[in-house]
Design a protein around this ligand. Sequence first.
Ligand SMILES: *Cc1c(COP(=O)(O)O)cnc(C)c1O
Length: 399
Amino acid sequence: MQKNLKNSIFHIDERGYYGEYGGAFIPEILHENIEELQKVYRSIIEGKEFIDQYNRFLHDYVGRPSPLYFAQRLSHKYNCRIYMKREDLNHTGSHKINNALGQIILARRIGKTRIVAETGAGQHGLASATVCSLMNMNCVIYMGKTDIDRQKLNVRKMELLGAKVVPVTSGNMTLKDATNEAIRDWSSNPDDTYYVIGSVVGPHPYPDLVSRLQSVISKEIKLQLIKKEGRNYPDFLIACIGGGSNAAGTIYEYIDDNRVKIILAEAAGKGIYSGKSAATIHLGKIGVLHGYKTLVMQTVDGQIEEAYSISAGLDYPGIGPMHACMAKLGRNEVLAINDEEALSAAMELTRLEGIIPALESAHALGVLQKKQFKVDDVIVICLSGRGDKDMEVYIKSIQ
Ligand SMILES: *Cc1c(COP(=O)(O)O)cnc(C)c1O
């Protein structure tokens, strides 16, 4: 039996596994980089110098703490107490910057000068390009051509910030393919380059590193709930999952608190069994993808299946190993929300609360129509991003 950090089965063990998921499966050439990172990441991010710099930028640059907003009209409609954790109000419009900022400070500490990153909807690419400009680092973003076509505004922003955006034309030209190319680049430039992964995925230590950086979300929820509800925990936490980083941040402080129920929303696309979905936890089988072992959408002979979702940030055929482990042990409940349900939840929030959510976050909101809650249930939904980047889809959907 391996010893788990924090003595919790939902945190990594000494080999970087969550139960049977996780680990590091990487090309020989990256061994030195990954080993160095495994050795130093915790002492750096738990050190006073890092914490001071990180917290200062989170406060003055990102705009944290993000508000915990009581959604009165939505609460009235669903007959319970609904709060939104407003990650959409962060600089660059999503939770991604919490992670990008932390990893780029870390990259500088270990002497790297060049950053590569993958991006789907462009939010992680945008956050990375932004922080690279802030910290004077070279930045190369890999992005699938399909995503470049549907997220033009974010591409222009990244270029304006000085990043090089490289179009990826393999596979179905989305996040999975962009990730392959970013790892390939890193393997060719291991000396000066640091790979900023955008979610709780990839080889150990990335899932744990990214979870810790995003945990600021649940640390704030704890403090904010005391003021608003007189207790520091909700009855339910709800978040959407692509790779699972906004969810990991939202649940981190509550993972071992069984009073708190966790509901995650994955993208069912045109329907779980339609052949056009990204419902990895429903459909996945154990396999290795992008350097870690997890549930992977794959054919019977082990070929990775292309994932589909209306939202460019959720169409990923894998899932963070922490969530796979928690699903297997029944610690979370995973619902699959399809394109239509997400769109209607997005419109509902827009009209009831005056907040246009990102399409990804709309999947978390879609849970409200599928679950019954009690009148005094306190529910916190992570509103992972704002809808500016999705305006074309929204406009088309109401025409
Ligand atoms: C990237 C993104 C997601 C999905 O990524 P996770 O790692 O699962 O959080 C969700 N919401 C928004 C707004 C995003 O930009």
